[in-house]
Design a protein around this ligand. Sequence first.
Ligand code: ADP
Ligand code: 2DT
Ligand code: MG
Length: 213
Amino acid sequence: MRGKLIVFEGLDRAGKSTQCNRLVESLQQDGQKVRHIKFPDRNTPSGQMINSYLKGESQQNDHVIHLLFSMNRWEAAPSILKDIEEGTTIIIDRYYYSGCVYSAAKNNPTLNLKWAHGPEEGLPRPDICIFLDISAEDAAKRGGFGSEKYENLQMQARVRELFGYLMQSSPEKDDFVRIDAAGSLNHVQQRVKEVVVKAMGRVDAEHLPLRFI
Ligand code: ADP
Ligand code: 2DT
Ligand code: MG
C-alpha cells in the first residue's frame, strides 16, 4: 500500500508542530513508516534565502519570495513521491495552502490567490489537510507572537480569513478537515488521530491514487 500525504496548516502558534510530533509518534507506535517534514525547509539554498527574509535580514519583492517558497517545495517533491510510492506516510507542517494564503494576505494587487496557486500546480496533493483553527487573538495569548515577518495580529487575522475562503469556496475545499485548536493538547491530539485514521483507511479501502495539485 502506498504512503499517505498528510498536511497540517494553521496560524502561527495554532499547535501544528506539537500535533505533528504527536501524530508521528502515534503512527510509529502503530507500526507505520512515517517521515515528518516541514516547509519552509530552511536548510536548502532557497530555504536559506527564505529564512533571511523571514528574519528581516534581507528584502524580496512579494512575487519573488512567493516563488522561492514554491521552489522550496519543488526541491522536496521527488523524495516525497518516492517515499509515498514505497509505503512511507509523510506528515508535513505547512504546505502550499500556507504558500497561497500568506502571499495573498499581503493585498498586493497583482498577487491574488489565483496567481499564487500557479507555481504549485503539479506538486503532490495531500490526501488530507488538517486545519488547526484558532483565532489570531487566542494564538497570540500562547506566549505572544515572535519577531518574524508575518507574526503580527493584523497579518494573522487576514491569513485566517483566507484559509476560511480556501476551506469553504475553493476547488481544494474538500482537502480540509477543520479542528478546533483552542481545546486541550490531548483533546486536539485525539481528534487529529481520529481524522487521520479515517482518511488513511479510505485511501487504502478505495485504492485512491495520489493526486496532483
Ligand atoms: P505552531 O507550530 O502552530 O506555531 P506550536 O505547536 O509550536 O504551534 O505551539 C505554540 C505554543 O502553543 C507552544 O508553546 C505549545 O506548547 C502551545 N500549545 C499548542 N497547542 C496548545 C493547546 N491545544 N493548548 C495550549 N497550548 C498549546
Ligand atoms: P514557520 O513559522 O512554520 O517556520 O513558517 N509561509 C510558509 C509562507 O509565507 N509561504 C509558504 O509557502 C510557507 C510554507 C508562514 C514560516 C512562515 O512562512 C510563511 C510562516
Ligand atoms: Mg511550528
